[in-house]
Design a binder for this molecule. Structure first.
Ligand SMILES: C[S@@+](CC[C@H](N)C(=O)[O-])C[C@H]1O[C@@H](n2cnc3c(N)ncnc32)[C@H](O)[C@@H]1O
Ligand code: SF4
Length: 314
């Protein structure tokens, strides 16, 4: 189960802060490149086929890790330095290993046993959100018509239903802004602000691995980032930091201090990558991942980013 508030505070002071300080010294002063966060794609199987998705494959090419494989990748990532793990897919809630009688919650417990400080699961919320991770990201890509356009008819209502039924104390929304759904940005922020079960939202811009028609034009990117900072100023729970949002407006603006090696990635076929896969795909100059600027700021010890990084866990 996620830790209670006092347990979390205790763990932070005794274990986490000294670890992060040591990590910073090793990486900043000694030039080591150790990840802090791992993104593990436990399957590329999914129950949706979203227009913007660069992960999901179909047919005989679908790959899913076994429990033992996930354990190996967790241990590898932990040994490399990582202490935060995000279980991704495909749809992580579909993952099972029948031999071990394991599901996503078994993997979250396993990650804690290995020693990870924090666990997150990202889901499309098309089934009940019975997840025991410290944090849950739920993808909402617009109000009903835009979300359903991007993700399939009926998916918005189903996601909202499962959010209202869930009891997890740290549920957050992630919106992927595209050239199609950007007009809904402020309304999604309002939905999150007004929803009693949702804590915060983060946002990214579509990263052009595929369909270029979804790429957000620079003028719209400027508009959305300005809106996000305005909403943040008046109390909307947007998790991206103010400076991170400004940088996200133009991904070339922080090219000289990107730190995308702070996350390592394991793909569902077992491929390990010690930096963002976008680098190999050559999409950095058009990158929209909200985490990109945040990692760059973290490595500069930007106070707002460090605080919001700590706050997001509870
Ligand atoms: C790949 S999905 C996996 C988890 C789950 N199936 C879901 O949809 O939340 C994780 C997140 O990546 C986002 N995503 C997928 N393709 C993307 C792209 N090309 N650019 C930016 N974000 C993307 C999704 O919108 C989602 O919020
Ligand atoms: S639900 Fe998630 S993994 Fe599935 S297609 Fe959509 S974005 Fe991709």
């Amino acid at each position: 189960m996620p830790l209670r508030k006092e347990q979390l505070l205790n763990q932070r002071i005794v274990k986490e802060l000294p670890y992060y300080a040591c990590w910073f010294v090793r990486c900043k002063l000694l030039g080591e490149r150790r990840p802090l966060q791992s993104v593990i794609f436990i399957t590329d199987r999914c129950n949706l086929k979203c227009k913007h998705c660069n992960v999901v494959r179909e047919g005989p090419y679908v790959s899913t890790m076994t429990y033992d494989e996930v354990r190996e990748h967790l241990q590898f990532s932990y040994d490399a330095g990582s202490r935060i793990v995000d279980f991704e897919g495909g749809e992580p809630l579909l993952w099972r290993d029948r031999v071990h009688g394991a599901d996503i919650n078994t993997l979250v417990e396993l990650a804690r046993e290995v020693g990870f400080f924090s666990t997150t699961v990202t889901t499309n919320a098309q089934q009940p959100i019975n997840v025991n991770s410290d944090l849950v990201w739920i993808s909402i890509d617009g109000l009903e018509s835009e979300h359903d356009y991007q993700r399939g008819v009926g998916t918005f209502a189903k996601a909202l239903h499962h959010i209202s039924e869930a009891t997890h104390p740290n549920m957050n929304v992630n919106m992927t802004v595209t050239a199609h759904n950007w007009r809904d940005f402020a309304q999604v922020a309002k939905l999150v602000k007004d929803h009693p079960k949702l804590k915060r939202m983060s946002f990214s811009f579509y990263v052009p691995y595929g369909d270029r028609a979804l790429v957000v034009p620079p003028a719209v990117r400027a508009k959305i980032t300005a809106t996000a900072n305005l909403l943040k100023r008046v109390g909307y729970p947007i998790m991206n930091s103010k400076t991170g949002i400004k940088l996200l407006r133009n991904p070339k603006s922080f090219a000289h201090y990107r730190a995308c090696w702070i996350s390592n990635f394991v793909e569902s076929d077992g491929t390990r990558i010690m930096h963002c896969p976008g680098q190999d795909a050559g999409v950095c100059d058009e990158c929209g991942f909200g985490m990109g600027p945040e990692m760059a700021l973290l490595f500069r010890l930007h106070p707002e980013m460090v605080l919001s990084g700590l706050r997001v866990r509870g």
